[in-house]
Design a binder for this molecule. Structure first.
Ligand code: G6D
Length: 346
Protein backbone atom coordinates (compact mmCIF):
# COMPACT_ATOMS: atom_id res chain seq x y z
CA UNK A 1 0.00 0.00 0.00
CA UNK A 2 1.21 3.47 -0.78
CA UNK A 3 0.15 6.68 0.93
CA UNK A 4 0.37 10.23 -0.37
CA UNK A 5 -0.85 13.43 1.23
CA UNK A 6 -1.47 16.78 -0.46
CA UNK A 7 -3.11 20.02 0.63
CA UNK A 8 -6.76 20.00 -0.50
CA UNK A 9 -7.84 23.34 0.93
CA UNK A 10 -7.94 25.54 4.00
CA UNK A 11 -10.68 25.41 6.62
CA UNK A 12 -10.84 27.85 9.52
CA UNK A 13 -7.19 28.71 8.96
CA UNK A 14 -6.03 25.08 8.96
CA UNK A 15 -4.65 23.07 6.05
CA UNK A 16 -6.96 20.22 5.12
CA UNK A 17 -5.10 17.36 3.46
CA UNK A 18 -6.32 14.85 0.94
CA UNK A 19 -4.95 11.39 1.72
CA UNK A 20 -4.61 8.85 -1.07
CA UNK A 21 -4.03 5.13 -0.53
CA UNK A 22 -3.05 3.05 -3.56
CA UNK A 23 -2.92 -0.75 -3.48
CA UNK A 24 -0.61 -2.98 -5.52
CA UNK A 25 -3.31 -3.35 -8.23
CA UNK A 26 -3.26 0.41 -8.80
CA UNK A 27 -6.69 0.97 -7.25
CA UNK A 28 -6.74 4.11 -5.15
CA UNK A 29 -8.98 5.76 -2.62
CA UNK A 30 -8.75 9.42 -1.58
CA UNK A 31 -10.42 11.14 1.33
CA UNK A 32 -10.35 14.34 3.35
CA UNK A 33 -11.06 14.89 7.05
CA UNK A 34 -13.71 17.52 6.27
CA UNK A 35 -16.90 15.49 6.61
CA UNK A 36 -14.78 12.30 6.66
CA UNK A 37 -15.41 12.52 2.94
CA UNK A 38 -14.33 10.15 0.22
CA UNK A 39 -13.16 12.35 -2.66
CA UNK A 40 -12.04 9.81 -5.24
CA UNK A 41 -11.98 6.13 -6.08
CA UNK A 42 -9.83 5.26 -9.05
CA UNK A 43 -10.33 1.82 -10.61
CA UNK A 44 -9.47 0.25 -13.99
CA UNK A 45 -12.04 -0.33 -16.73
CA UNK A 46 -12.12 -3.28 -19.16
CA UNK A 47 -9.02 -1.94 -20.96
CA UNK A 48 -7.14 -1.22 -17.77
CA UNK A 49 -7.83 2.52 -18.01
CA UNK A 50 -7.85 4.02 -14.52
CA UNK A 51 -10.51 6.63 -13.82
CA UNK A 52 -12.35 8.12 -10.89
CA UNK A 53 -15.75 6.46 -10.45
CA UNK A 54 -17.32 8.74 -7.82
CA UNK A 55 -18.72 12.26 -7.97
CA UNK A 56 -16.70 14.98 -6.35
CA UNK A 57 -16.61 18.77 -6.35
CA UNK A 58 -13.69 20.93 -7.34
CA UNK A 59 -12.69 22.34 -3.98
CA UNK A 60 -13.13 22.35 -0.26
CA UNK A 61 -15.00 25.65 -0.58
CA UNK A 62 -17.65 23.87 -2.65
CA UNK A 63 -18.05 21.24 0.09
CA UNK A 64 -18.34 23.96 2.72
CA UNK A 65 -20.61 26.31 0.78
CA UNK A 66 -22.91 23.94 -1.08
CA UNK A 67 -23.01 20.83 1.07
CA UNK A 68 -23.29 18.40 -1.85
CA UNK A 69 -22.95 15.35 0.46
CA UNK A 70 -20.80 13.68 -2.25
CA UNK A 71 -18.83 10.88 -0.57
CA UNK A 72 -19.43 12.37 2.87
CA UNK A 73 -20.16 10.68 6.17
CA UNK A 74 -23.79 11.43 7.03
CA UNK A 75 -25.17 11.57 10.56
CA UNK A 76 -25.87 11.45 13.35
CA UNK A 77 -28.97 10.16 11.52
CA UNK A 78 -29.09 9.74 7.75
CA UNK A 79 -32.24 10.55 5.78
CA UNK A 80 -35.32 12.35 7.04
CA UNK A 81 -36.83 12.42 10.52
CA UNK A 82 -40.48 13.48 10.37
CA UNK A 83 -40.86 16.99 11.78
CA UNK A 84 -37.35 16.55 13.24
CA UNK A 85 -39.03 15.07 16.30
CA UNK A 86 -39.26 11.90 18.33
CA UNK A 87 -40.45 10.68 21.73
CA UNK A 88 -38.49 8.38 23.94
CA UNK A 89 -38.99 7.43 27.60
CA UNK A 90 -41.83 9.95 27.94
CA UNK A 91 -39.67 12.79 26.63
CA UNK A 92 -40.24 14.60 23.36
CA UNK A 93 -37.06 15.63 21.63
CA UNK A 94 -37.09 18.42 19.06
CA UNK A 95 -34.15 18.23 16.69
CA UNK A 96 -32.91 20.75 14.17
CA UNK A 97 -35.23 21.13 11.19
CA UNK A 98 -33.29 21.83 8.02
CA UNK A 99 -35.48 20.70 5.10
CA UNK A 100 -38.99 22.15 5.20
CA UNK A 101 -40.60 20.73 8.34
CA UNK A 102 -38.15 17.87 8.71
CA UNK A 103 -34.59 16.97 9.58
CA UNK A 104 -32.42 15.75 6.70
CA UNK A 105 -29.00 14.10 6.94
CA UNK A 106 -28.27 14.91 10.57
CA UNK A 107 -29.48 18.53 10.54
CA UNK A 108 -27.92 21.76 9.31
CA UNK A 109 -24.59 21.00 10.98
CA UNK A 110 -24.38 17.28 10.27
CA UNK A 111 -21.27 15.13 10.40
CA UNK A 112 -20.51 16.00 6.77
CA UNK A 113 -19.87 19.63 7.83
CA UNK A 114 -17.33 18.83 10.55
CA UNK A 115 -13.57 18.74 10.42
CA UNK A 116 -12.72 15.29 11.79
CA UNK A 117 -9.35 14.21 13.21
CA UNK A 118 -7.58 11.91 10.82
CA UNK A 119 -4.79 9.37 11.15
CA UNK A 120 -3.46 7.32 8.27
CA UNK A 121 -2.04 3.82 8.51
CA UNK A 122 -0.14 3.04 5.33
CA UNK A 123 0.65 -0.57 6.25
CA UNK A 124 -2.97 -1.44 6.93
CA UNK A 125 -4.31 0.72 4.09
CA UNK A 126 -6.52 2.57 6.52
CA UNK A 127 -7.73 6.11 7.20
CA UNK A 128 -9.06 6.55 10.69
CA UNK A 129 -11.45 9.47 11.38
CA UNK A 130 -12.56 10.61 14.84
CA UNK A 131 -15.06 13.23 15.86
CA UNK A 132 -16.52 14.18 19.23
CA UNK A 133 -20.07 15.40 18.69
CA UNK A 134 -21.12 17.63 21.60
CA UNK A 135 -24.39 17.09 23.46
CA UNK A 136 -27.20 19.03 21.82
CA UNK A 137 -25.55 19.17 18.40
CA UNK A 138 -28.41 19.51 15.91
CA UNK A 139 -30.67 18.86 18.91
CA UNK A 140 -29.46 15.31 19.58
CA UNK A 141 -28.84 14.38 23.23
CA UNK A 142 -25.53 13.01 24.44
CA UNK A 143 -21.87 13.69 23.77
CA UNK A 144 -20.80 11.13 21.21
CA UNK A 145 -17.42 9.69 20.29
CA UNK A 146 -17.66 8.75 16.64
CA UNK A 147 -15.07 6.75 14.76
CA UNK A 148 -15.18 5.95 11.05
CA UNK A 149 -12.46 4.05 9.22
CA UNK A 150 -11.96 3.63 5.49
CA UNK A 151 -9.83 0.65 4.54
CA UNK A 152 -8.63 -0.09 1.03
CA UNK A 153 -7.79 -3.76 0.67
CA UNK A 154 -5.61 -5.66 -1.80
CA UNK A 155 -8.89 -7.34 -2.90
CA UNK A 156 -10.04 -3.94 -4.24
CA UNK A 157 -12.54 -3.29 -1.47
CA UNK A 158 -13.41 -0.07 0.27
CA UNK A 159 -14.45 -1.12 3.76
CA UNK A 160 -16.26 1.42 5.95
CA UNK A 161 -16.39 0.71 9.68
CA UNK A 162 -18.45 2.81 12.05
CA UNK A 163 -18.04 2.76 15.83
CA UNK A 164 -19.74 5.12 18.27
CA UNK A 165 -20.55 5.63 21.93
CA UNK A 166 -22.66 8.17 23.80
CA UNK A 167 -22.97 9.37 27.40
CA UNK A 168 -26.75 9.81 27.13
CA UNK A 169 -29.40 7.87 25.22
CA UNK A 170 -29.49 9.20 21.68
CA UNK A 171 -30.01 8.20 18.04
CA UNK A 172 -27.36 7.04 15.59
CA UNK A 173 -27.83 5.88 11.99
CA UNK A 174 -24.93 6.94 9.77
CA UNK A 175 -24.30 6.32 6.09
CA UNK A 176 -21.88 7.31 3.38
CA UNK A 177 -23.33 9.39 0.57
CA UNK A 178 -20.99 8.32 -2.23
CA UNK A 179 -22.37 8.67 -5.75
CA UNK A 180 -21.00 6.16 -8.26
CA UNK A 181 -20.60 6.83 -11.95
CA UNK A 182 -18.82 3.75 -13.23
CA UNK A 183 -18.30 5.17 -16.73
CA UNK A 184 -15.45 7.24 -15.30
CA UNK A 185 -16.79 10.14 -17.34
CA UNK A 186 -19.01 12.60 -15.54
CA UNK A 187 -20.53 13.77 -18.83
CA UNK A 188 -22.24 10.39 -19.19
CA UNK A 189 -25.40 9.73 -17.16
CA UNK A 190 -25.79 6.56 -15.12
CA UNK A 191 -28.99 5.54 -16.94
CA UNK A 192 -27.32 2.56 -18.64
CA UNK A 193 -25.89 1.27 -15.39
CA UNK A 194 -27.45 -2.01 -14.37
CA UNK A 195 -28.52 -2.71 -10.82
CA UNK A 196 -29.34 -5.83 -8.87
CA UNK A 197 -30.57 -5.68 -5.27
CA UNK A 198 -31.23 -8.43 -2.73
CA UNK A 199 -34.49 -6.68 -1.95
CA UNK A 200 -38.09 -7.83 -2.14
CA UNK A 201 -39.63 -4.76 -0.50
CA UNK A 202 -39.19 -1.03 -0.90
CA UNK A 203 -40.53 1.90 1.09
CA UNK A 204 -42.97 4.15 -0.79
CA UNK A 205 -42.59 7.85 -0.08
CA UNK A 206 -45.37 10.14 1.07
CA UNK A 207 -45.34 13.92 1.10
CA UNK A 208 -42.01 15.70 1.63
CA UNK A 209 -40.22 12.48 0.62
CA UNK A 210 -40.95 10.97 4.02
CA UNK A 211 -41.42 7.21 4.27
CA UNK A 212 -45.16 6.49 4.37
CA UNK A 213 -44.55 3.70 6.87
CA UNK A 214 -45.40 0.77 4.62
CA UNK A 215 -43.22 -1.83 3.00
CA UNK A 216 -44.41 -2.65 -0.52
CA UNK A 217 -43.52 -5.70 -2.54
CA UNK A 218 -41.32 -4.87 -5.54
CA UNK A 219 -43.03 -7.60 -7.58
CA UNK A 220 -44.43 -6.31 -10.84
CA UNK A 221 -43.11 -2.78 -10.21
CA UNK A 222 -40.10 -0.85 -11.54
CA UNK A 223 -38.61 -1.30 -8.05
CA UNK A 224 -37.94 -4.95 -8.81
CA UNK A 225 -34.15 -5.28 -9.06
CA UNK A 226 -34.10 -8.91 -7.93
CA UNK A 227 -32.61 -9.68 -11.33
CA UNK A 228 -30.14 -7.24 -12.83
CA UNK A 229 -31.62 -4.58 -15.15
CA UNK A 230 -30.77 -1.11 -16.48
CA UNK A 231 -31.63 1.60 -13.96
CA UNK A 232 -33.26 3.63 -16.76
CA UNK A 233 -36.19 1.18 -16.68
CA UNK A 234 -37.00 2.45 -13.20
CA UNK A 235 -35.71 6.02 -13.37
CA UNK A 236 -37.66 6.93 -16.53
CA UNK A 237 -40.80 5.01 -15.61
CA UNK A 238 -44.26 6.57 -15.21
CA UNK A 239 -44.79 4.86 -11.86
CA UNK A 240 -46.52 7.34 -9.49
CA UNK A 241 -43.74 6.84 -6.91
CA UNK A 242 -41.06 7.70 -9.47
CA UNK A 243 -42.40 10.19 -12.03
CA UNK A 244 -42.89 13.15 -9.66
CA UNK A 245 -39.34 12.68 -8.31
CA UNK A 246 -37.91 12.15 -11.81
CA UNK A 247 -36.07 9.10 -10.56
CA UNK A 248 -35.29 6.90 -7.58
CA UNK A 249 -34.90 8.26 -4.06
CA UNK A 250 -36.20 5.23 -2.20
CA UNK A 251 -35.23 2.93 0.63
CA UNK A 252 -35.02 -0.77 -0.25
CA UNK A 253 -35.22 -3.44 2.45
CA UNK A 254 -32.23 -5.78 2.17
CA UNK A 255 -32.60 -9.55 2.47
CA UNK A 256 -30.86 -10.70 5.63
CA UNK A 257 -29.92 -14.07 4.15
CA UNK A 258 -27.99 -12.71 1.19
CA UNK A 259 -24.31 -11.96 1.59
CA UNK A 260 -23.99 -9.73 -1.48
CA UNK A 261 -26.69 -7.08 -1.06
CA UNK A 262 -26.39 -5.60 -4.51
CA UNK A 263 -24.41 -5.17 -7.72
CA UNK A 264 -24.00 -2.06 -9.84
CA UNK A 265 -22.58 -2.66 -13.34
CA UNK A 266 -21.72 -0.43 -16.26
CA UNK A 267 -21.90 -2.37 -19.55
CA UNK A 268 -19.64 0.09 -21.39
CA UNK A 269 -16.62 0.19 -19.06
CA UNK A 270 -17.52 -3.25 -17.63
CA UNK A 271 -16.81 -1.89 -14.17
CA UNK A 272 -18.79 -3.44 -11.35
CA UNK A 273 -19.38 -2.66 -7.67
CA UNK A 274 -20.74 -5.26 -5.27
CA UNK A 275 -21.82 -4.15 -1.84
CA UNK A 276 -22.15 -5.87 1.53
CA UNK A 277 -23.61 -4.45 4.72
CA UNK A 278 -25.02 -5.38 8.13
CA UNK A 279 -27.69 -2.61 7.90
CA UNK A 280 -31.27 -3.49 6.92
CA UNK A 281 -31.64 -1.12 3.96
CA UNK A 282 -30.09 0.83 1.14
CA UNK A 283 -31.34 4.17 -0.17
CA UNK A 284 -30.89 4.43 -3.91
CA UNK A 285 -30.85 8.03 -5.12
CA UNK A 286 -30.22 8.74 -8.80
CA UNK A 287 -29.22 12.44 -8.61
CA UNK A 288 -32.58 13.43 -10.01
CA UNK A 289 -31.93 17.11 -10.57
CA UNK A 290 -29.36 19.30 -12.25
CA UNK A 291 -27.30 21.32 -9.80
CA UNK A 292 -25.71 24.46 -11.18
CA UNK A 293 -24.19 26.07 -8.11
CA UNK A 294 -21.09 23.88 -8.22
CA UNK A 295 -19.26 21.85 -10.81
CA UNK A 296 -17.79 18.37 -11.00
CA UNK A 297 -14.55 18.20 -12.96
CA UNK A 298 -15.50 21.55 -14.45
CA UNK A 299 -18.94 20.38 -15.59
CA UNK A 300 -22.34 21.24 -14.05
CA UNK A 301 -23.63 18.42 -11.89
CA UNK A 302 -26.17 17.08 -14.37
CA UNK A 303 -29.31 15.08 -13.77
CA UNK A 304 -28.44 11.37 -13.37
CA UNK A 305 -24.74 12.19 -12.91
CA UNK A 306 -24.41 9.48 -10.28
CA UNK A 307 -26.21 6.88 -8.20
CA UNK A 308 -25.97 6.32 -4.45
CA UNK A 309 -26.11 3.08 -2.50
CA UNK A 310 -26.60 4.54 0.99
CA UNK A 311 -26.63 1.67 3.47
CA UNK A 312 -28.43 2.40 6.74
CA UNK A 313 -31.24 1.34 9.03
CA UNK A 314 -34.50 2.31 7.30
CA UNK A 315 -34.98 6.09 7.39
CA UNK A 316 -37.21 7.64 10.06
CA UNK A 317 -36.92 4.38 12.01
CA UNK A 318 -37.48 6.21 15.30
CA UNK A 319 -40.99 7.24 14.19
CA UNK A 320 -41.96 4.14 12.19
CA UNK A 321 -42.80 0.82 13.80
CA UNK A 322 -40.80 -2.14 12.43
CA UNK A 323 -38.15 -0.08 10.61
CA UNK A 324 -35.37 -1.08 13.01
CA UNK A 325 -33.62 0.26 16.07
CA UNK A 326 -31.44 3.37 15.89
CA UNK A 327 -31.39 4.11 19.62
CA UNK A 328 -27.93 4.14 21.17
CA UNK A 329 -27.60 3.95 24.95
CA UNK A 330 -24.64 4.86 27.18
CA UNK A 331 -23.80 1.21 27.93
CA UNK A 332 -23.64 0.25 24.24
CA UNK A 333 -21.15 0.58 21.41
CA UNK A 334 -22.57 1.07 17.94
CA UNK A 335 -20.68 -0.94 15.35
CA UNK A 336 -21.42 -1.41 11.68
CA UNK A 337 -19.65 -2.28 8.46
CA UNK A 338 -20.33 -1.67 4.78
CA UNK A 339 -18.05 -2.87 1.98
CA UNK A 340 -17.97 -1.86 -1.67
CA UNK A 341 -15.95 -4.26 -3.83
CA UNK A 342 -14.70 -3.13 -7.22
CA UNK A 343 -14.13 -5.34 -10.22
CA UNK A 344 -14.24 -5.61 -13.99
CA UNK A 345 -16.35 -8.18 -15.81
CA UNK A 346 -14.69 -10.24 -18.50
C1 G6D B 1 -30.61 11.66 -0.07
O1 G6D B 1 -32.88 10.86 0.02
C2 G6D B 1 -32.05 12.00 -0.04
C3 G6D B 1 -32.37 12.88 -1.19
O2 G6D B 1 -33.73 13.21 -1.20
C4 G6D B 1 -31.52 14.10 -1.09
O3 G6D B 1 -31.88 15.05 -2.02
C5 G6D B 1 -30.07 13.69 -1.23
O4 G6D B 1 -29.76 12.77 -0.26
C6 G6D B 1 -29.13 14.84 -1.18
O5 G6D B 1 -30.29 10.55 -0.72
Amino acid sequence: MELTKTVYGIYEGKDVHEYTLTNSKGVSMSAIPFGATLTKLVTPDKDGKKENITLNVKSLEDFVRHRPFYGATIGRVAGRITKGKYSLGGKEIQLDVNEGNNLLHGGSKGLDTKLWDIEANEVEGRLNFNYESPAGENGFPGTMQINVTYTLTEENEWVIDYKATTDETTLFNPTNHVYFNLTGDIKKPILNHELELASRYYVPLAEENLPDGDLESVKGTPFDFTTIKPVREAVLSDHPQIKPLKGLDHPFVLDEDEDIKGILFDPESKREVKFYTDRNSVVVFTHNGEVDDYTIDGEPAKQYAGITLETQTLPDAINQPNFGNIILRPDETFQSQTTYKFGVRK
